[in-house]
Design a protein around this ligand. Structure first.
Ligand SMILES: *[C@@H]1O[C@H](CO)[C@@H](O)[C@H](O)[C@H]1NC(C)=O
Ligand SMILES: *[C@@H]1O[C@H](CO)[C@@H](O)[C@H](O)[C@H]1NC(C)=O
Ligand SMILES: *[C@@H]1O[C@H](CO)[C@@H](O)[C@H](O)[C@H]1NC(C)=O
Ligand SMILES: *[C@@H]1O[C@H](CO)[C@@H](O)[C@H](O)[C@H]1NC(C)=O
Ligand SMILES: *[C@@H]1O[C@H](CO)[C@@H](O)[C@H](O)[C@H]1NC(C)=O
Ligand SMILES: *[C@@H]1O[C@H](CO)[C@@H](O)[C@H](O)[C@H]1NC(C)=O
Ligand SMILES: *[C@@H]1O[C@H](CO)[C@@H](O)[C@H](O)[C@H]1NC(C)=O
Ligand SMILES: *[C@@H]1O[C@H](CO)[C@@H](O)[C@H](O)[C@H]1NC(C)=O
Ligand SMILES: *[C@@H]1O[C@H](CO)[C@@H](O)[C@H](O)[C@H]1NC(C)=O
Ligand SMILES: *[C@@H]1O[C@H](CO)[C@@H](O)[C@H](O)[C@H]1NC(C)=O
Ligand SMILES: *[C@@H]1O[C@H](CO)[C@@H](O)[C@H](O)[C@H]1NC(C)=O
Ligand SMILES: *[C@@H]1O[C@H](CO)[C@@H](O)[C@H](O)[C@H]1NC(C)=O
Length: 596
């Protein structure tokens, strides 16, 4: 069946690129849309590096309408079509962040996978760039992977430069998944596929998502890559990004679900006064889907040591990165020094319902999380934990909408219907709490639509440390059994700190809540039928000595700021549109998109 994509056709028409030949079949239902790894069945001999099954232009970004009611304004979302895993994340030598992503430019469902691309100086204000990697033939998908800067020209691709970029990704075909590389002379805007691909061959359709780092002590590149259905993460090493040696496997760690995906291995600073701890530790992060404890997809991590060939966990504890359901496939930027907080971006969705969320009305599906800063802290009783906080939001903070440094038992009401972005940042500090026995009271927040009464709410019980979030009172998907409505988790009060802190970012159709500076985090999408425009923050029953300090700020509309009068963002339009080769037999040679 052929499903023309009206949104993309409209968008392309606006740049004169014509009507697309969209061809994929949407996933049949949320429950079976279990994996990012769409595979198409077709054979091919074509090898053009810009082949697209869908007549998508090269050399120019796709335009998209960013004015919709559900369209986040401080989060990355693709101009049109469907996005899943973040890929290839690196910060270049000028400090510009590059984000690539699993991208179906022709439909708002998973499939037809390219690498979309965007860049940012501040991680909140993004410039859409031309698609960076196209499938080479019908039935191919450029699946998830990573990117590195080959500063020493270990690969031999870059005799004349120190800023050559190598992307390492999974080539998916109906027969197998193999690891391939492509190199870029122009800082990651365009890539040439290596003629010696694959760099790691296989005979299996279950071998994907290479994440590569440089390990200086052994002067080797190190790759972690998933054998999803074997519940293994393979560790490979290479001197040159071309010749890879299998060193070890991490097998059956933590929650297996039904698949491991998108592993990361990252060295993180340890922030602690305990001098017996090392200054850095390694985290192995593994995404699992389906089979997360709350259903569908989530990510877990293990803290440990790495010696160039083997990862060893410090303990047998499984820790999750998030207490809600929309945080998957997170990746850490390459090229942030190990003594600094590391930064990740995560896909803010869940395979249980991602293919049916109502943002398709606005021509797109999925957004990323805000960037998360990470370090390891040694928490009271809980011990070593990954901290995840919203990374430096200063560049997008707008007006202070409310501020009260001695709220006590009280209420703050903010009408933010006049905030163009519809996005807010808020934080509340409850200080002078004293010892654990004197804790009392609750703090709640509600974001409400004055038009429909729909709302998203959350709060904290200070005495127990419980934190909750409820997205169940917004229109769409509320009857969907997988669209879990309530989430909660518990943090432990530390009397040596004596305070409790809750903060959050709400952005039209996504909310992220953080407790005690990122000890806990929740990422949750929601889909109101009218904008949420009224915030109510209420405190009750806090003990006499406690001080409650609250601030609420508007956030800048980083997408609308770059849109034309119709809400269209064109991105980095530096070259004329260039359509890829259109083969009339595409739809005939394609079989239905299969998700497994
Ligand atoms: C446009 O297509 C032509 C012919 O395939 C190719 O030589 C050229 O590099 C392309 N330009 C861009 C910007 O992709
Ligand atoms: C590097 O520079 C040399 C000398 O100018 C040139 O011959 C060669 O083609 C360049 N190589 C690449 C990969 O650009
Ligand atoms: C794939 O299977 C063939 C046939 O058994 C074998 O010759 C080849 O070495 C295998 N390739 C890999 C990468 O395992
Ligand atoms: C580049 O070479 C320097 C000097 O040998 C070495 O210290 C560094 O680790 C290398 N880095 C990469 C990314 O190759
Ligand atoms: C690949 O690396 C291994 C181990 O370092 C080495 O023995 C082998 O010769 C290399 N192969 C090629 C083709 O460079
Ligand atoms: C890791 O596991 C994979 C999949 O089971 C297997 O093919 C491979 O040989 C193992 N590698 C090592 C180094 O043990
Ligand atoms: C890394 O650790 C593994 C497992 O403990 C060990 O076998 C190996 O020799 C170590 N390698 C180095 C370079 O220390
Ligand atoms: C916050 O919500 C909880 C759960 O519904 C409720 O028990 C508590 O009384 C509320 N507190 C405030 C200040 O509204
Ligand atoms: C808040 O209200 C409680 C009674 O519910 C009271 O005991 C407490 O003193 C009040 N706290 C402040 C800071 O006024
Ligand atoms: C909350 O506490 C943090 C850390 O001390 C501080 O930076 C921030 O300004 C405080 N926020 C409010 C609203 O008081
Ligand atoms: C646009 O892309 C070119 C590479 O094609 C790059 O050099 C330039 O910096 C980009 N401009 C912006 C604003 O992203
Ligand atoms: C387009 O693809 C067809 C079939 O592969 C090929 O014959 C033709 O030369 C291609 N045209 C261009 C401009 O690349």
């Amino acid at each position: 069946m052929i499903f023309p994509s009206v949104a993309l056709a409209t968008a392309l028409a606006s740049i004169g690129a014509g009507v697309v030949n969209a061809q994929t079949t949407p996933a049949s239902g949320s429950a079976t849309a279990a994996s990012s790894k769409a595979s198409t069945a077709a054979s091919s001999t074509a090898t053009s590096s810009t082949y697209s099954e869908s007549d998508v232009p090269t050399g120019i970004p796709l335009p998209g309408n960013y004015a919709g009611l559900l369209r986040p304004q401080v989060h990355y979302s693709p101009p049109v079509g469907f996005m899943n895993d973040p890929n290839g994340m690196f910060v270049d030598q000028e400090g510009l962040y590059h984000l690539y992503y699993q991208y179906n430019p022709t439909e708002e469902v998973a499939g037809n996978v390219h690498w979309g691309h965007a860049t940012s100086e501040d991680l909140y204000t993004w410039t859409n760039q031309p698609i960076a990697l196209f499938p080479g033939a019908p039935g191919e998908g450029i699946f998830s992977g990573s990117a590195v800067i080959d500063v020493n020209n270990t690969s031999g691709f870059f005799p004349n430069q120190t800023n050559g970029v190598v992307a390492v990704y999974t080539l998916n075909t109906a027969e197998k998944q193999t690891q391939e590389i492509a190199y870029s002379y122009d800082n990651g805007y365009s890539f040439i596929k290596y003629s010696g691909n694959p760099v790691i061959d296989s005979n299996t359709t279950q071998f994907r998502d290479p994440k590569v780092i440089w390990y200086a002590p052994t002067e080797r590149w190190v790759m972690v890559v998933a054998y999803p259905v074997d519940f293994k993460v393979g560790i490979f090493s290479s001197p040159d990004l071309k010749n890879w040696t299998a060193e070890s496997n991490v097998t059956h760690y933590g929650i297996t679900g039904l698949q491991y995906e998108c592993p990361n291995m990252v060295e993180l600073p340890v922030v602690s006064e305990n001098s017996s701890l090392p200054s850095t530790l390694w985290a192995l992060q593994i995404s699992i889907n389906p089979g997360a404890p709350l259903g569908g997809s989530i990510a877990q991590y293990f803290l440990g040591t790495f010696n160039g060939t083997h990862f060893e966990a410090l303990d047998s504890t499984t820790r999750l990165t998030d207490f809600a359901k929309d945080n998957y496939a997170g990746q850490y930027f390459y090229n942030i020094p190990a003594d600094q907080d590391q930064v990740s971006i995560n896909w803010a969705s869940n395979w249980q319902y991602t293919n049916i969320v109502p943002t398709a009305q606005e021509g797109f599906r999925s957004s990323m999380s805000v960037p998360r800063g990470h370090y390891i802290a040694d928490l009271e009783r809980v011990g070593l934990s990954l901290i995840s906080y919203p990374y430096n939001i200063s560049s997008i903070v707008g007006n202070e909408l409310a501020s009260n440094s001695s709220l006590g038992n009280g209420t703050v009401v903010v009408d933010y219907s006049g905030v163009e972005s519809g996005a807010l940042y808020f934080e509340a500090n409850i200080t002078n709490l004293g010892d654990a026995s004197s804790l009392s009271g609750t703090l709640n927040f509600t974001f409400l639509s004055s038009a429909t009464g729909e709302y998203v709410s959350g709060g904290t019980f200070i005495s127990s440390g419980d934190v909750w979030l409820n997205r169940g009172h917004t229109g769409a998907l509320s009857d969907n059994p997988y669209f879990t409505d309530k989430f909660s988790q518990t943090a432990l009060y530390d009397p040596t700190i004596g305070s409790w802190n809750i903060s959050g970012i709400i952005d039209r159709s996504i909310i992220e809540v953080f407790v005690n500076g990122g000890v806990l985090g929740a990422t949750s999408v929601f889909f109101p039928t009218q904008p949420l425009d009224l915030m109510i923050l209420k405190v009750e029953g806090v003990n006499e000595s406690a001080t409650v300090s609250v601030g609420v700020w508007s956030l800048r509309a980083s997408w609308l700021d770059q849109a034309d009068g119709d809400g269209i963002v064109s991105g980095n339009v530096t070259t004329a549109a260039n359509r890829t080769n259109t083969t009339s037999s595409v739809s005939d040679s394609m079989e239905a998109l299969r998700l497994f």
